[in-house]
Design a protein around this ligand. Structure first.
Ligand code: GLU
Length: 429
């Protein structure tokens, strides 16, 4: 029953495992710390269920186009699957598997009563009209409808998906089952049973865990310089919360380019500027545009990758000057880069903790849907702060006690919970 060479699923190309390789390496690093539970390691090395669907839609020009969609339920030992849906041209099975695996770990690290899942469509949504976006969402939801549900697997927003997409998903699922089912997805618009505080929850959570780390490290929040990669769902909210607590956003990078202002960039003004369609990051007044490769060298106390995986690599890790890395994105740091950063004394707040604010408020949304009783925003933010501070404390203390990197400590706590559940439930039949 110990880990076997067969642990690698045959449906991935062994020569190009993509993000799944990063996830597997992280699992390998935790196994020596799991004691007898490590006999169940292969549970973590294979997703429970991976569904690949064909998503054909009518394009506005009358042609029919087929897209590739995925929903992976990595683990459901502790509860239903839970995790977002990503629309991106780079989506692959390997990526969705890794993201689903990280959801298993994240949900268990926060002790949410969920397993881990993730979905995606291989598409560039920027190339779709609004009605094409609606059709692709509805057809995808129908296709994965055979495995999702409020007690089975609950999707949510991720890269390039938002409240509007969740509204279509909720409606499509509800039409198919013949009853309105708000709890089938989270991250919905407020009028459809969404939760106050959900939109900014991931970014707010990045701030909460950074604040806790800085307290312990004796770092000053006032005036702390933040370099931010990504100004989407996560980066935008994180920037606002850091800014409102006295930190300075000195650099922001997104697909359009990299901007820099040592005096600080106002994320509220930048958000309004972009939302008004007045240009890209580079058109924002009062900034200097710098070479994107130089982003990693920006002098700062906090580096906040909030875009895609695989951004901090062995190639750029040596140039990073931040003391604290806050992983707003999922999987932004390769294991090789992590080793380099740790050797330089950097502290990495791992994705499974740093960006867990989103799924934590998703959980609050799901609970509110199940009881049809809604909480105040102050209550939600206070509960979020408490949940993340407590998870942080447990992970930090274990890391200190056993001299482990924070990621490994988070994996020890989470994987222990997952594998204990696995063992107690036993094998059926
Ligand atoms: N997509 C987010 C994540 O990666 C949120 C998932 C959720 O709310 O279920 O954690």
């Amino acid at each position: 029953m110990s880990s076997s060479p067969n642990a690698l699923p045959s449906y991935l190309n062994p020569d190009d495992l993509g993000p799944w390789a990063t996830y597997l390496e992280q699992v390998d690093r935790v196994l020596p710390h799991l004691g007898r539970l490590s006999v169940w390691a292969d549970t973590l090395r294979r997703p429970k269920r991976a569904l690949i669907v064909d998503v054909p839609i009518h394009m506005d020009d009358g042609t029919v186009h087929h897209f590739e969609g995925y929903r992976v339920q990595h683990n459901v030992s502790r509860g239903p699957g839970k995790g977002g849906v990503r629309y991106h041209p780079g989506v692959t099975l390997s990526e969705v598997m890794a993201l689903a695996g990280w959801m298993t770990v994240k949900n268990a690290a926060l002790n949410l009563p969920y397993g881990g899942a993730k979905g995606g469509i291989r598409v560039d949504p920027g190339q779709l009209s609004l009605s094409e976006l609606e059709r692709i969402t509805r057809r995808y939801t129908s296709e994965i409808g055979i495995i999702i549900g409020p007690d089975r697997d609950i999707p949510a927003p991720d890269v390039n998906t938002n409240e509007r997409v969740m509204a279509w998903m909720m409606d499509t699922y509800s039409m198919n089952v013949g009853a309105t089912s708000p709890g089938v997805v989270t991250g919905k618009p407020l009028t459809l049973g969404g939760s106050l505080g959900r939109r900014d929850a991931t970014g707010r959570g990045c701030f909460v865990v950074a604040r806790e780390a800085m307290r312990r490290l004796g770092m000053e929040l006032k005036g702390a310089r933040v370099a931010l990669q990504g100004f989407g769902n996560v980066g935008n909210a994180a920037a606002r919360v850091f800014h409102d607590h006295g930190a300075r956003i000195v650099a922001i990078q997104d697909v359009a380019g990299t901007i820099y202002n040592p005096a600080g960039i106002d994320p509220h003004a930048l958000g309004k500027f972009l939302a008004a369609g007045r240009g890209t990051l580079l058109d924002f007044p009062g900034i200097e545009s710098i070479d994107p490769a130089k982003f990693w060298e920006v002098a700062c106390e906090i580096l906040l990758p909030a875009a895609l995986e695989n951004q901090i690599t062995a190639e750029n890790a040596g140039r990073i000057r931040a003391r604290l890395i806050v992983e707003g994105a999922n999987g932004p740091t390769t294991p090789q880069a992590e080793d380099i950063l740790l050797a330089h004394g950097a502290i990495i707040l791992p994705d499974v903790l740093a960006n867990a604010g989103g799924v934590t408020v998703s959980y609050f949304e799901w609970v509110q849907n199940a009881s049809s009783f809604f909480w105040t925003e102050a209550d939600i933010n206070a509960r979020l702060d408490r949940a993340l501070s407590e998870a942080f404390r447990a992970i930090w203390d274990l890391a200190q006690e056993r001299k482990l990197p924070l990621r490994t400590a988070a994996f020890v706590i989470a994987c222990t919970r997952v594998l204990e559940a696995r063992e107690l439930r036993g094998l059926y039949p």
